[in-house]
Design a protein around this ligand. Structure first.
Ligand code: SF4
Length: 407
C-alpha cells in the first residue's frame, strides 16, 4: 500500500551575517531570513551589504535553499528614500521573498519588484482568520507570518480556512509584550523598537518598590523578560495543521546556536514527516533532549497551549538556568586522528565530547589526549580562542562544531 505523502513545511532559519547564513543552510535550513543595512528591524545585528545579499542568494541557490529579506520596519516618511531601488535590487539578486510589516511597503513591492514574494510580518500581530483574510485582501501578500501570541487551536483554525501560506515561529526569543506593540525601549532609551532599535529594556534587571518598600535585593533583582520559545512539544500538531513554514528566531545569535538549533529541528522535522506525523514518544523525547541541548536560555512552549502566565517569564536575574551544554569550539582541521580546534570554553581530559557536522547524526568520543598547538601534552584548556589539538577516533570536517554536557 502506498503511503499518502505527509506535507513537510519549510524550516526557516535566521542569520546575522554571511557565515551564519551559510552555516544555517549547511545544517539543514530550507530558507534563511536576513536583513539589509536599512529598512529592517534588528539594526544591531551585523546586517548584510548588497554584495553579501547577492552572495547569500548564490550560495542558497547552489544548495537548493532560498533567501528571505526583512524589510520590516514601521516606516516614517523619510524611510521611503531609496526603497524602490532596494526592492528592485533584491529581486535582481535572486531573493525569494521580503518580510514586511507595512502595507505601503508590501504594495510598493508588488508594483516595482513583482517577482518577489511578499510575506506579511509577525509585527502585524495577525492572530485570527478574519485578520489573515483582511491582510491578504489589503496587501495581496503570498504568506502571513502569525503573531507569536496565537494558540495552537487558533493556528489550526487559520490554516483550515486560508488557502495562502501560513508561517509560525517554533523557537527563539519572545517579546514579553505583544510583538511589534512595545514602546518600552522608545520611552526608556529613545531607541525605536519598530525601526530596529530595541534596547531589550524588558530584559534589564530592576529594583522593585511598593509604596517605598523594597521588594528586591541584589540577589533577587527583577527582570520581566520572557523565556525563549521552544515549540517542539507541539511541532507534530503544527505540521499536521499544514503550516507552510516553521521559523526560528535569532538573527543576533551565534554560529554555534544557528548550527545546533537548525540541525536539531532538521532531524526532528524529517523524522515526523517520515513517520507521517505519528512519531513515537521515545523518538520525540530523544529530539526534545537534542533541541534542549542546543538552547542557551530558559524555555517554554510559547503561547501555543494558552497565553503565557507567570511561568513564561524569567523574573530572576539569570535567564540561562537550563543551559546544559557548552560550545567548545570550531574544527580547523583533522588529519591522521588529530583534530585542531579553536577553543571557546574550558576543556578537560576525559570530557565526553559531541561533534556536530552538517548532514549527519551527532557523534561522540571521550577525550583521551589533549595538546597545545606545538604538540605539548595538556590536561585542560582554559583560555578561549586558543588553538588546541586532540586525538579523535573518527575524522571530522573543518567547520564542524564541538560541545560537551555541563551537568
Ligand atoms: S523591550 Fe522587550 S518586549 Fe519590548 S520590544 Fe524589546 S524585546 Fe520586545
Amino acid at each position: 500500500m502506498t503511503r499518502k505523502p505527509f506535507y513537510k513545511p519549510e524550516l526557516l532559519a535566521p542569520a546575522g551575517d554571511l557565515l551564519r547564513c551559510k552555516t544555517a543552510i549547511l545544517y539543514g535550513a530550507d530558507a534563511v531570513y536576513i536583513g539589509g543595512q536599512k529598512y529592517s528591524l534588528r539594526s544591531r545585528a551585523s546586517n548584510f551589504t548588497r554584495d553579501d545579499i547577492a552572495e547569500a542568494c548564490m550560495f542558497a541557490k547552489d544548495h537548493g535553499a532560498a533567501i528571505h529579506v526583512t524589510v520590516n520596519e514601521i516606516p516614517h516618511e523619510e524611510d521611503f528614500d531609496g526603497l524602490q531601488d532596494y526592492l528592485k535590487f533584491l529581486e535582481q539578486a535572486g531573493v525569494k521573498a521580503i518580510i514586511a510589516a507595512s502595507p505601503a511597503i508590501m504594495r510598493l513591492c508588488r508594483q516595482v519588484a513583482p517577482r518577489l514574494e511578499v510575506h506579511c510580518s509577525t509585527q502585524m500581530s495577525t492572530l485570527n482568520l478574519a485578520a489573515v483574510q483582511q491582510m491578504i485582501a489589503m496587501t495581496d501578500c503570498d504568506r502571513v507570518v502569525l503573531g507569536r501570541e496565537c494558540t495552537l487551536e487558533e493556528v489550526k483554525a487559520i490554516t483550515a480556512g486560508c488557502s495562502r501560506e501560513i508561517e509560525v515561529f517554533i523557537h527563539g526569543g519572545m517579546c514579553v509584550n505583544f510583538s511589534g506593540r512595545c514602546t518600552l525601549s522608545n520611552r526608556m532609551t529613545l531607541r525605536d523598537a519598530n525601526r530596529g532599535g530595541c534596547a531589550q529594556s524588558c530584559r534589564w534587571h530592576y529594583d522593585v518598590l511598593e509604596n517605598g518598600r523594597q521588594l528586591t535585593s541584589e540577589e533577587t533583582l527583577f527582570t520581566m523578560g520572557s523565556k525563549d520559545m521552544m515549540a517542539m512539544p507541539v511541532l507534530q500538531e503544527l505540521m499536521k495543521a499544514n503550516v507552510a513554514s516553521l521559523k526560528i528566531e535569532g538573527r543576533m545569535k551565534t554560529e554555534y546556536y544557528v548550527a545546533s538549533v537548525v540541525s536539531a529541528y532538521r532531524h526532528l522535522i524529517d523524522e515526523i514527516a517520515e513517520a507521517q506525523g505519528e512519531l513515537s514518544p521515545e523518538r520525540l523525547n530523544y529530539h526534545r533532549r537534542e533541541v534542549s541541548a542546543a538552547e542557551n536560555r530558559s524555555t517554554w512552549v510559547g503561547n501555543y497551549n494558552g497565553i503565557g502566565n507567570e511561568e513564561s517569564i524569567i523574573y530572576r536575574a539569570h535567564s540561562n538556568d537550563n543551559v546544559n551544554h557548552a560550545f567548545l569550539g570550531t574544527v580547523l582541521s583533522c588529519q591522521d586522528g588529530m583534530l585542531e580546534l579553536e577553543t571557546r570554553n574550558p576543556i578537560d581530559l576525559k570530557d565526553s565530547i559531541e561533534v556536530l557536522e552538517p548532514g549527519r547524526q551527532n557523534r561522540s568520543f571521550v577525550l583521551e589526549e589533549l595538546q597545545d598547538e606545538n604538540g605539548n601534552p595538556m590536561e585542560k584548556s582554559r583560555i578561549p580562542m586558543r588553538i588546541v589539538r586532540m586525538k579523535v577516533p573518527f575524522a571530522a570536517a573543518p567547520g564542524a562544531l564541538l560541545r560537551k554536557e555541563t551537568e
